[in-house]
Write a protein that binds this ligand. Structure first.
Ligand code: C2E
Ligand code: CA
Ligand code: CA
Length: 709
């Protein structure tokens, strides 16, 4: 064990290579020495040969699972003292409890928050470090205990004898007399009433049958304030089965808990308004809905949008804009009677949550509002509160809001659906401003409008109003264009050139995405043929086309694509199909066989937006692809955020391991290009090189030198 926790050895045990690689990079970046393996069996074998300080152990693995692995580690004297942090799937109290039962030191839930992971690991290593120091040197015992806020006591049940360390006595303010009279049960007086029964039961169980435990509880400390403790109990059982001794280590983890709370606060709270973030809202709302479903109660989700806020930002500047947002947040919280600034409160009416959805949009959840009337009242109160003029820096600003409301269970049974429907209703309310609309009422009007828009889109596809723009993929080492992505636009007779965001969602919802996809593919083939005809197309060039989930599962996909390439006289190898992980995930088995068919037909496959989903090796291994595209979100912070850089480095490692081409999308600056190149990614696409452009423009680039100027 090293004296400092950096350079400590961590063994990462997870069957998922992608997660493992990402975690390994993040931990190595944080200064740890990381070893990896992919199963419980190999973990046990590895530990027999080389010691480590901490094991990060996945719960779900083929072969023996994480729980069993931990159990075996604890049963073996050689590995008994290693810190074990379990990686549990989803926040499930069962697996957390099982983790502690099998002797884990701590747990981390998936999907992993990288900041929290590093923090937790440092903390656990420090605890182990202290334990080791205690064992190593009796002399420094007292010191180490004080530093670690670590106290210990021992109890011999048969003799009724109690002994504790000086630090323990200090932590709980025990006088010499208290110390001589103490038992595990008199100590319970300091434990707060809420936790007392649990601690008492665990200690009884330990006295009776020697059951070890690892508990967290609140207790009064020496200063009379409530502090947070973690306590580990080990027992000695005589050959005759009698418990002869209990050994307990108690650690004051208040500081750690406060730090974690801070981190959680930062990830869960918006800096400007201090309201919870959308992420937090979704988590809390999910719990609220589960409870509401059990109690057959109703809930309401309100989506609030400030009318004309962007004008305020543009006119008065960001600072004033932020001030307005803060005032808005306070008024929302006050209107829903959520008492504290953290933005949520429990009242006799149920649980109320307010959050900032981003920009000038806010969310409110009302649980168990008694009937619609109540929600209507709150919506009215909100509109009224937000209508009041706001004075900032001598300026008076007048604002109104639009609110959309979706009710559980009538308008949806998941948080996602409710949010989507509330937002939808909000857009309808926005037509009138300073008003609210229930989702139910808005669909009637909207259904009519939608039928019109659908018909218009269908006609547009038929009439050839769709056009393709092309964005080059560039070899950054020499500026050569090695391919281009075809991106569709709608040349609307009245509205001008519409970006895909304006019509792809409608196309997807209505099924028009399949004919649209065929039109796009056909145009792409025609373009390749045209470039070939004028001799500016050299073989390594590939045109990429985005393939929607619906097209992907279409029975006739491969046949149609092949018919199209034959018709235009182009080789399938000149075309690449970009699919997203989410599209593949919708139907794993079909996806696999479809990809195999497509590649057998000669098409190239690119995995789009990589890293954003539950990126997992299981897919990379299963899905035969040629290329992965690192999602824009990692590239955008790559020069400022070590973790994003570590994740990109991990993806580079994976790509080379699997022999895949790699493209970084959304590359906007020279610094990003250089950083990507340092990390080993030399193909990029993005505004830094070129925006998507009309075919003629790309044609003249290809004709000149096939390079970017
Ligand atoms: P995508 O497949 O991730 O495409 C890349 C998007 O990122 C394009 O937006 C592109 O213009 C944009 N982009 C490229 N470089 C940069 C950059 O440096 N910075 C930033 N901020 N953005 C950059 P676009 O053209 O608006 O397309 C949006 C999405 O629409 C595409 O995302 C794709 O999912 C979908 N889409 C576009 N064309 C088609 C199509 O023909 N079929 C289907 N099914 N979907 C399409
Ligand atoms: Ca794409
Ligand atoms: Ca993409």
């Amino acid at each position: 064990m090293n004296q400092s926790v950096e350079n400590n050895r961590i063994l990462l045990v997870d069957d998922d290579l992608v997660l493992r690689t990402m975690a390994a990079h993040v931990l190595a970046t944080a200064g740890f020495a990381v070893a990896e393996c992919d199963s419980g069996e190999s973990c046990l074998a590895l530990l027999a040969e080389q010691p480590v300080d901490l094991v990060l152990l996945d719960v779900l693995m083929p072969g023996i699972d994480g729980f069993e692995t931990c159990r075996r580690l604890r049963a073996n004297p050689a590995t008994r003292d290693i810190a074990v942090v379990m990686l549990t799937g989803l926040e499930s109290s069962d697996s957390i409890e099982t983790s502690y039962q099998v002797g884990a030191s701590d747990f981390v839930t998936k999907p992993i928050g990288w900041d929290l992971l590093v923090h937790r690991i440092r903390y656990n290593l420090r605890a182990v470090l202290m334990r080791h120091r205690l064992v190593a040197s009796e002399a420094s015992l007292a010191d180490a205990q004080r530093l670690a806020r670590l106290g210990s006591w021992q109890w011999w049940p048969r003799e009724g004898r109690f002994e504790c360390s000086d630090q323990f006595a200090r932590m709980f303010n025990l006088s010499p007399a208290d110390r001589s009279r103490a038992t595990p049960f008199t100590l319970l007086q300091a434990v707060v009433p809420d936790n007392r029964a649990e601690v008492e039961a665990a200690r009884r169980q330990a006295v009776q049958s020697g059951t070890a435990y690892n508990l967290r509880f609140h207790s009064l400390g020496s200063d009379g304030g409530v502090r947070f403790f973690r306590e580990e109990l080990q027992s000695t059982v005589d050959p005759d089965g009698q418990v002869s001794k209990l050994t307990v280590v108690t650690q004051d983890i208040s500081v750690l808990a406060a730090q974690e709370e801070k981190i959680r606060f930062l990830t869960y709270h918006d800096q400007t308004t201090e309201l919870p973030t959308r992420q937090f809202f979704v988590e809390v709302a999910t719990h609220v809905l589960e409870q509401a479903a059990r109690n057959r109660a109703e809930c309401a989700v309100l989506y609030i949008d400030l009318d004309r806020f962007s004008a305020i930002n543009a006119f008065f500047g960001n600072e004033t804009g932020n001030e307005v947002l803060r005032t808005t947040a306070q008024r929302i919280v006050a209107s829903i009677r959520a008492a504290d600034i953290a933005g949520y409160a429990r009242s006799p009416e149920g649980l109320e949550v307010a959050a900032r959805a981003g920009g000038d949009e806010f969310l409110v959840m009302l649980s168990q509002p008694r009937r619609e009337l109540n929600t209507t009242l709150v919506a009215d109160r909100l509109l009224e509160a937000l209508r009041a003029p706001i004075t900032v820096g001598g300026e008076t600003v007048e604002l109104t809001a639009s609110i959309g409301i979706a009710l559980f269970p009538r308008d949806g049974d998941s948080v996602d659906t409710l949010l989507e429907h509330a937002e939808y209703a909000m857009r309808n309310a926005r037509n009138r401003r300073d008003s609210f609309t229930y989702f139910d009422d808005s669909i009637g009007q909207a259904a009519t409008r939608r039928i019109h828009r659908e018909a218009e889109l269908r006609r547009a596809i038929g009439k050839g109003e769709m056009v393709l723009h092309f964005q080059p993929k560039v070899d950054t080492s020499n500026g050569r264009i090695i391919g281009a992505e075809a991106l569709v636009r709608w040349q609307h007779p009245e509205w001008g050139l519409l970006p895909p965001g304006e019509f792809i969602p409608l196309a997807e919802d209505s099924g028009l995405i399949v004919p649209l996809g065929q039109a796009v593919f056909s145009m792409a083939c025609a373009q390749v043929a045209a470039w070939q005809a004028v001799g500016i197309w050299r073989p390594p060039l590939v045109v990429a086309v985005n393939l929607s989930a619906a097209s992907f599962i279409d029975q006739n996909l491969v046949e149609q694509l092949l018919a199209c390439t034959r018709h235009h006289g182009v080789a399938p190898a000149s075309l690449c199909l970009e699919v997203t992980e989410t599209a593949l995930m919708e139907n794993l088995d079909l996806a696999t066989s479809r990809l195999i068919e497509l590649r057998a037909a000669g098409f190239r496959i690119s995995l789009d937006d990589f890293g954003t989903g539950y990126s997992s090796l299981n897919y990379l291994k299963r899905f035969p692809v040629d290329q992965i595209k690192i999602d824009r979100s990692f590239v955008s912070d790559i020069t400022s955020d070590d973790q994003d850089a570590a994740i990109v480095a991990a993806i580079v490692t994976l790509a080379s391991k699997f022999g895949l081409e790699l493209v970084a999308e959304g590359t906007e600056t020279l610094a990003q290009v250089e950083k990507l190149r340092d990390l080993g990614c030399t193909v990029a696409q993005g505004y830094y090189f070129a925006r998507p452009m009309p075919a003629e423009q790309l044609g003249s680039l290809l004709a000149s030198a096939g390079k970017l100027p």
